[in-house]
Design a protein around this ligand. Structure first.
Ligand code: NAD
Length: 368
């Protein structure tokens, strides 16, 4: 088992050969060093459950800082203002947040609201001239995603999607191993993503606000994971849907979908997305020379896993802290993560989701 020092040494060597690729190790290595560069000044829109997690994680960021709030609930604003020392002039609601365009304290807005609101909110933030960080899924279909990409391009602002796994140390290490050929030619990926959803009245089960069920929320991790674990883009999908509770999972809200993807090399993926089973958070990938399995694979961590050579030992760091520091590095220094996190990356997942829904509905194999 490698020591932390070995790990850091290995990563600093790869940092030399890949100078513009962001590595979580940059942060570990620099832990003891003070950072005095620019900080990405972020306002969070949507002070719900995930927004709360991001705000907390940002307290440990070096390059990003929470400076503003956008919420429809005045009592939440009051509580958060006190907790995080946010000035009143940086607080907005959903009606007046276009005024951030005149607020030099805010560089970027992190949209952490229901999926069905992301597109319009992104367009408004872009119009205000601020960078957009948007949670996954970026919208409710590829058409919306492309509109978001176009709007941010036209406004000359960045559009980044909250793909926190693209900064997670074990995930990053596995992607590097795959790129370096440790698994040989990737042949097969299996992704299982799911949990049992509770409250039937929540927005996640409302088609207008969610755009779909488990696939939009959790199945997207298997889609994105298949792409970064295999290192290819799928060319076809097939899908089968199962619904055991049509009362809870109404028309347009998928409960369970099994789906398959085919890749240009001949590699295949077989995945499960569900709102009706717990403990489904597992990735497996095998190639001509070896394999990797991760379980949990995309939860908040620690991620655990092993390859044919032994356990993955990279340290756990709060994903959202790495993500926000990494996004600041991208915006300020153009440092790219090992797998993209931009709007175009988001659209790729949305196109696959559109195709999976169509495949499940028609029973046809859908070419991408
Ligand atoms: P949540 O319900 O806990 O929070 C949503 C927030 O949006 C709430 O504060 C709510 O008040 C606000 N909101 C604004 N307008 C609303 C409306 N019309 N209806 C309902 N709520 C409204 O949800 P969440 O779990 O924080 O999810 C928010 C987003 O974050 C989703 O896009 C979700 O997919 C994403 N998310 C990402 C991760 C991740 O690991 N990257 C994890 C959880 C959620």
């Amino acid at each position: 088992m490698g020591s932390r020092r070995d790990f850091l040494q290995k990563l600093s060597v790869s940092a030399v050969s890949l100078p513009l690729i962001y590595s979580p190790a940059n942060l570990f290595a620099a832990d003891s060093e003070p950072y005095d560069g620019p900080k990405l000044k972020v306002a969070i829109m949507g002070l719900g459950s995930y927004g709360t997690r991001v705000a907390k994680a940002m307290q440990s960021c070096k390059r990003a800082t929470l400076v503003g709030l956008i919420s429809g609930t005045p009592s939440k604003i009051e509580k958060w203002k006190t907790k995080y020392g946010i000035p009143e002039k940086n607080c907005y609601n959903y009606d007046n947040f276009d005024a951030i365009k005149d607020n030099p304290d805010i560089d970027a807005v992190y949209i952490i609201t229901p999926n069905g609101l992301h597109k319009d909110q992104t367009l408004r933030v872009a119009k205000a001239g601020k960078h957009v960080i948007c949670e996954k899924p970026m919208g409710i279909n590829a058409k919306e995603g492309q509109e978001m990409v176009d709007a941010c391009k036209a406004a000359n602002v960045k559009l980044l999607i909250g793909y926190r796994m693209h900064f997670e140390p074990k995930t990053v290490a596995v992607i590097k191993m795959r790129k370096e050929g440790m698994f040989g030619t990737p042949k097969f990926f299996q992704g299982q993503s799911g949990f049992t959803i509770g409250d039937p009245t929540q927005w996640r089960l409302n088609k207008e606000l969610s755009g779909g069920g488990a696939m939009m929320d959790i199945g997207i991790y298997s889609i994105n994971g298949a792409r970064y674990m295999l290192g290819e883009e799928p060319i076809w999908v097939t899908a089968q849907e199962t619904k055991t509770d049509p009362q809870k999972f109404k028309e347009g809200i998928d409960e369970t979908i099994q789906f398959q993807m085919g890749f240009p090399s001949g590699a295949v993926a077989n995945c499960l997305s569900t709102y009706n089973m717990n403990n489904l958070d597992r990735f497996f990938m095998t190639g001509s020379k070896g394999y990797v399995e991760m379980q949990p694979s995309t939860g908040y961590g620690p991620i655990e896993g092993r390859t044919h050579e032994g356990p993955l030992t990279q340290p756990h760091v709060t994903h959202q802290t790495l993500q926000m520091d990494g996004m600041a590095a991208l915006i300020f220094d153009g440092v790219q993560p090992i797998v993209p996190i931009d709007g175009e990356e988001g659209v790729k997942d949305m196109k696959i989701i559109d195709a999976i829904f169509l495949a499940a509905k028609t029973g046809n194999k859908i070419e991408l």
